[in-house]
Design a protein around this ligand. Sequence first.
Ligand code: MSP
Length: 503
Amino acid sequence: MKFYVTTPIYYVNDRPHIGHVYTTTMADIAARFHRLCGDEVFFLTGTDEHAAKVVDSAAEHGMTPQQWADQNAQAFQETFAKLGITNDDFIRTSQPRHKEKAQQYMAELLKTGDVYLGEYEGWYDAGQEEYLPENKAKEYEFKSPINGKPLVRKREKNYFFRLSQYSDALLKLLEDRPEFVQPDVRRKEVANRIREGLNDIPISRTSEHNWGIRVPGDEAHVIYVWIDALFNYLSAVDNPERRHFWPADVHLIAKDILWFHAVIWPTMLMALKRELPRQVYAHSFWISEGQKMSKSLGNFVDLEKIDRYVADFGLDALRYFLARHGPLGINDSDFSDARFNDVYNAELADKMGNLVNRTLTMIQRYRNGVVPQPNDEALRAVAEKMVSAYREGMGCLDFVGALEALWDFVVRSNQYVEETAPWKLAKDPANTRQLDGVLYNLAESTRLISVLVTPFMPTIAQQVRTQLGVADKLQVFTDEIAWGRLAPGTKVGQIAPLFPKRT
Ligand code: MSP
């Protein structure tokens, strides 16, 4: 099977922060999981470069827009590389490969009959490069809901897309394919807003500057940056080697840009007669120490802070925290120092770290470091139940659910240590077989956990496997998750704490 996952392409005007890192890390986890399952994965991220504000900030910095975009796109690329993100490509909308395709799609759109030249007047949110409908503008007191700056009344001559004609098609899509927009709550919000009525939308702007992709055949216009940006998902795979990846399996985004992805993008694709993506998944937002992150508060969990967490706790601990305690569902989530510390100590060090460490230490101590023969299957049924819950979660981006199931199993395995008390069994040779069985079960739990944490904590997973003595590359996922795969006689390696305690 193929699996094509995307992140939003990020504005080059911002420096990368935890929000960008989060979505990209979640996409990375999905990509790694599907690779583990043997799927042919294509994981795309990138930068959105033709925003008008790029021109302004480039000028402020004494650079051309292209230089400014180059510099900032590089910051995103470096950040993702440093964070071990396994994207297969990084698309930039200023690249010729994208521009050519975007022009081709625009030319196709112009021919569909769904586009006309008209005039538009409305409330413009310059920060978001977006017009707000009259009622929304009023609701937000004519200020940007995102950055609080006043909306601007703007009038433009534009090419318009007949979005208004697509209400029924969209509502049918959302009804026939409920998985198209997830979570459910978000789909219902989108459907309600569609029912309030759809206006035609501008898809070009008259260019005051040269920064943007020209509308083919009409040099006075550039393609509206949002349309240009949405095209990236298609342009990146619109070539003979990659065409089979389309349609995308999931566009992972946050709720701020759901409308573009759940309404505008599918109608563009309908007009272009292309297949629709299978899913748009809109997660919620990180806030920071209880407050919304904003420029004015200067409280972004920024790169410097992210680097500090990685240095103090390790990259995998950060990935775990993001996946397990992040805003994947419909609730915002708080990124706080105290919370991170608690999670590190309680879930990583005390639960997973402790299980692995005591298991290996006991095998070392009581069996000379060699995994003994199995005796009973005391943990098999729990393990199998957990694996199926994990797979279900992973299959629908419910990473929280998958990790909860996995951590319940970690807890259960720790309990099993207490119940069977191997240190007591070891005192009497009459218990040899029983102790063998207990130690085997624990070693097998450890192995299984190492397989299943791989998409979340690839480095830690490998450390566990090395310590357990099974460091070779993971094979077929469906075999790896079968209980009892660990060979008796396996020689345990060097034992070291996975998550050194922090105070
Ligand atoms: N360029 C557009 C997207 C075009 S996609 C065809 C854009 N860029 S952005 O740089 O503003 O990125 C928005 C995305 O960044 C969100 O949808 C989300 O993925 C991520 N996040 C930004 N802030 C966030 C939080 N505070 N919390 C979680 N994710 C957030 O919009």
